[in-house]
Write a protein that binds this ligand. Sequence first.
Ligand SMILES: [Zn+2]
Length: 173
Amino acid sequence: MRLVRVGEVPPEVLEFLAWTLSEDGVFALAEGEPLAVADFAYDVGRDQWNALLLLDALHTRLDEAGGKLLGIAGFDLFLPIMTHVYGAAETGGAAAILSTYRLRPEYTGGPPDADLFLSRCRKEALHELGHTLGLVHCRNSACVMSFSSAVEAGDLKRMSTAGARRRLGKGLA
Ligand SMILES: [Zn+2]
């Protein structure tokens, strides 16, 4: 899997994900070249970026060798049917994207906490990667594939996708 910055993202976030995902059995390579954010994905009325359009744009960075591509964005994402999303992915497809925007504890008024922030990035990356492998949402709130509309609910997730993988007979790596 390749990690691609979408707009401005601190390089240490990509470096952390490349390192921690390998701990989870996912070989991840951080690409130096960011995806330039095109104005077309920005919605003026919502002051957010359309995740579907960004997934399309990520396809221009796929290579013939195949593999997955995870975009890392620092701005707020939305899907047309939702107020905001932490990420989006093509189920069983090649492209996924996550946003770090709402994952920082400061966003909900908490004190800065780099460990908590990076742990949320890791879970969100695994969640979106799981979708590209065909995994759907899991009803077990401790599963990394469970759906969470509030970031604190995501903190209850463990790193494991064992429950979802058992149901589908699929592996993450
Ligand atoms: Zn999901």
